[in-house]
Write a protein that binds this ligand. Structure first.
Ligand SMILES: *[C@@H]1O[C@H](CO)[C@@H](O)[C@H](O)[C@H]1NC(C)=O
Ligand SMILES: *[C@@H]1O[C@H](CO)[C@@H](O)[C@H](O)[C@H]1NC(C)=O
Length: 412
């Protein structure tokens, strides 16, 4: 016969093991739990930013939603649940599949919903967006044209005063340099659909030069009358009046089409390119889509280059994937405890109130999750020494893998 006390001890021990199991399991899965705000004190963190990047989607709305749900950016109703997270989509939403229109509408909705929560949607143009703009409709499916309401309607939507053309011009760019925090010396990440070629003439100033050229070319292409679609009409090429720089941008060696960082086999050469690009562009990583690997996100040169196209669209049938970055700043308290707070991010997800050190964080929350705006304005007051940690993961439907971890001490 067991006494009640034995039973109590047994259950305490059992709970402890369940907790251990749970926290092990949590290492690989809880990084995608969205129920904590990014900024403000979370346990020992003074600042936290999550970023999700998604590659080529090619007209597959259903897999697009699966990926955004899998990364907890949207709920079953496709509303933004990512709070202050950043979503970057690296282009090629259109062609091959039937439902590009729905994906563009979803992105537009999420852009405005995320803004309301202090989050952000960053959209990059792919070579297929540009093909559609200049009338190269070789990969446009009949279903896609039908969904838009026919060829004429589709051209009207694409024109610069149509809903999609205007959206591309206002809210999409060829390349982006995305800082992971608003603080000085924040690492930045570069996102482009294809590969940036080190010898490409218009890299600098980055990213403004490339984006100016891209916008100017796009505007010419989308100014009515639009080029008649090829096929059935002949290919009409770049719009009349395009410049040399614009032709270079759209060329095989330009940022929309080049595949060098993904395809060049010589690892030494690629890593030299990566170092050169990182220095000149002032970024920590160069991330692109365009060249699919159907099994996994590909990291090269120790995470300096990350290719995130896994052929998500059922037109390809590759794995559903996303790249995730968790960026945190943790105050260094004093020299006695050796400063380093080496807790894994999942541990800080326990309620802040149960964490005796949470009083040490520099920013105080005003209200709770809704206090975002004020927090951002007080972030300027974030002074002191911090451990900056950036974790890069590849997320798939049933697992996630670690691509890189970068940690350094930072004085703010
Ligand atoms: C660009 O995005 C903003 C923010 O969601 C939105 O208000 C605006 O209407 C968009 N621009 C166009 C031209 O669609
Ligand atoms: C790879 O990057 C990590 C930081 O993410 C760094 O600590 C390590 O030294 C790098 N390895 C090589 C071989 O460069």
């Amino acid at each position: 016969m067991r006494s009640p006390r034995d039973v109590l001890y047994m259950s305490i021990i059992t709970s402890f093991f369940i907790y251990l199991l749970y926290s092990r399991w949590n290492v690989s899965t809880s990084i995608i739990q969205p129920d904590v705000p990014n900024k403000g004190p979370h346990g020992k963190h003074a600042f936290r930013q999550r970023l999700i990047a998604v590659g080529d989607l090619h007209g597959d709305i259903s897999n697009t939603k699966k990926v955004l749900q899998m990364t907890k950016l949207i709920n079953a109703k496709s509303d933004w649940t990512g709070g202050q997270d950043i979503l970057v989509q690296t282009g090629d939403i259109v062609d091959r599949g039937a439902n590009a229109l729905d994906i563009y509408k979803l992105m537009s909705k999420l852009r405005s919903q995320s803004t309301d929560h202090g989050g952000k949607v960053i959209s990059i143009l792919g070579n297929h967006e540009f093909m559609n703009a200049i009338g190269d409709w070789r990969y446009v499916t009949e279903d896609d044209i039908r969904v838009f309401g026919g060829t004429k309607r589709r051209q009207e939507a694409l024109a610069k005063d149509g809903w999609l053309g205007a959206e591309w011009l206002a809210n999409y760019s060829i390349t982006a340099s995305v800082p992971l925090s608003p603080f000085p010396r924040s690492p930045k990440l570069s996102f482009t659909h294809g590969s940036l070629r080190p010898s490409y003439e218009d890299l600098l100033p980055y990213p403004s030069k490339i984006n100016e050229i891209g916008k100017s070319l796009l505007e010419k292409a989308l100014t009515p009358p639009l080029a008649p679609p090829f096929p059935p009409y002949p290919y009409s090429g770049l719009p009349e009046g395009h410049t040399y720089e614009e032709a270079e941008l759209y060329s095989e060696g330009g940022p929309l089409w080049w595949r060098g960082l993904a395809e060049r086999e010589d690892e030494n050469e690629v890593c030299q390119w990566a170092d050169d690009l990182k220095n000149r562009l002032g970024v920590r990583r160069i991330i692109g889509g365009h060249t699919p690997n159907f099994e996994q996100i590909v990291s090269r040169c120790n995470g300096s280059i990350i290719i995130i196209d896994t052929g998500i669209s059922s037109a390809y049938g590759g794995v559903l994937s996303a790249m995730e970055i968790i960026y945190t700043l943790t105050p260094l308290k004093d020299k006695n405890n050796n400063g380093h707070d080496r807790q894994e991010p999942f541990l800080i997800r326990s309620p802040a109130s149960s964490d005796p050190d949470s009083a040490n964080v520099q920013i105080r929350e005003k209200g709770d999750m809704e206090g975002t705006e004020q927090e951002i304005s007080t972030e300027k007051g974030l002074k002191g020494r911090y451990i900056e940690r950036e974790e890069v993961h590849a997320i798939y439907e049933r697992r996630s893998t670690l691509i890189a971890v970068e940690e350094r001490e930072l004085m703010l």
